[in-house]
Design a protein around this ligand. Structure first.
Ligand code: HEC
Ligand code: HEC
Length: 297
């Protein structure tokens, strides 16, 4: 605001207050007809009394003028003048934000003092964890963490990279890159067909190292998926013997996985989320696993 307008507003405010004071006091004195306390005005035989304004009313009026002057001295209101208290709405807001941050900081600090297993039993922490999950993870894993095509279900007992606290924390912090090579050129058309059949039946038959496809599996696939096709958390190679599929379990989809390979990517979150939030999320995901383990039993 320029100085001119600032002065303009100060002047207008001062003049208004002065006018109000003058109005108040000038109206208190009226030449009264001493004998019968009337103003001498008569309308159709009705005389106008000249009773003074009630004193409580005048006091209220004076108090409100004093209040206005006091307010204008302490708080911003007169042009550019900041007021003796230097109060600003931005300052008030900043103070509130600071207080809120302090409150959440100590809240998170309390959570950091608990290990993942203990935290998973903390109802308050898990409510907060659910919210952080909804904001950061649900877009891929779903609101209920049940996953979808290419995004693993985090509530079942089937894990690519393991469900121990440190494994979950690692998945979130560093991210994960699934690396399933493409086998189309190595297996050929017929090989691809029989391998897909073989893999799609693993959950009922188990591995069979005597069949041609079984032999091939032992040679080409077991290094990552394990000799019994139970998977390997170090490689993120899924269990192929449990009929839970990341990319679909019908023969056509399995064939696609084997022929062209897969490369699921879980983004790293160490630079997106604070250590405290990752700690909470680890416990939240761990707790999802726990409830699924209970259901599986
Ligand atoms: C951009 C999509 C995306 C986002 C966002 C995402 N994830 Fe993932 N996540 C994936 C994919 C894809 C995989 C599987 C990687 C693979 O196939 O190797 C995965 C894997 C995981 C795993 C390992 C699962 C297992 O079976 O071992 C965990 C745990 C996990 N995510 C938790 C989270 C959490 C917690 C968040 C939120 C901070 C999150 N993810 C955000 C896509 C995502
Ligand atoms: C270098 C290690 C490696 C080898 C060797 C390998 N795989 Fe995989 N496979 C993976 C990984 C890792 C994934 C998960 C990919 C992802 O998360 O995106 C996977 C995924 C799959 C899937 C999809 C599973 C699902 O849940 O949808 C199938 C099917 C599969 N592999 C079959 C095979 C077969 C058959 C062979 C042998 C011809 C083989 N793999 C060899 C690492 C390997």
């Amino acid at each position: 605001m320029s100085n001119f307008w600032s002065l303009w507003i100060i002047l207008l405010t001062a003049i208004s207050i002065a006018l109000i004071v003058w109005l108040l006091f000038s109206n208190r004195k009226i030449t009264v007809n001493k004998e019968n306390k009337t103003t001498g005005h008569v309308y159709d035989g009705i005389e106008e009394y000249d009773n003074p304004l009630p004193s409580w009313w005048i006091k209220m009026f004076v108090i409100s003028i004093v209040f206005a002057i006091g307010y204008l001295a302490l708080y911003p209101g007169l042009g550019n003048y900041p007021g003796l208290l230097h109060w600003t709405s931005v300052g008030k807001w900043e103070k509130e934000v600071q207080q809120a941050e302090l409150a959440t900081e100590s809240l998170y600090q309390g959570f950091m003092n608990k290990d993942v297993v203990a935290l998973a039993d903390d109802k308050k922490a898990m409510r907060l964890g659910k919210r952080i999950f909804a904001n950061n993870c649900a877009i891929c894993h779903g609101v209920n963490a049940e996953g979808s095509y290419g995004f693993p279900n985090l509530t079942d007992h089937d894990w690519l990279y393991g469900s121990e606290p440190e494994q979950i924390r690692m998945s979130i912090t560093q991210g994960r890159n699934g690396a399933m090579p493409a086998w189309a050129s190595i297996l050929g058309n017929d090989g691809l067909e029989s391998m897909s059949q073989y893999v799609s039946n693993l959950h009922t038959t188990g591995t069979d190292a005597t069949s041609p496809a079984g032999k091939q599996f032992a040679m080409l696939c077991s290094a990552c998926h394990g000799p019994e096709a139970k998977g390997n958390p170090l490689m993120g190679a899924p269990n192929l013997s449990d009929n839970i599929w990341l990319y679909g379990g019908d023969v056509g989809q399995i064939k696609q996985s084997i022929a062209a390979g897969r490369a699921g990517q879980m983004p790293a979150h160490h630079d997106k989320l604070s250590e405290e939030k990752i700690h909470l999320l680890t416990a939240y995901v761990y707790q999802l696993r726990q409830s699924s383990d209970a259901n599986a039993k």
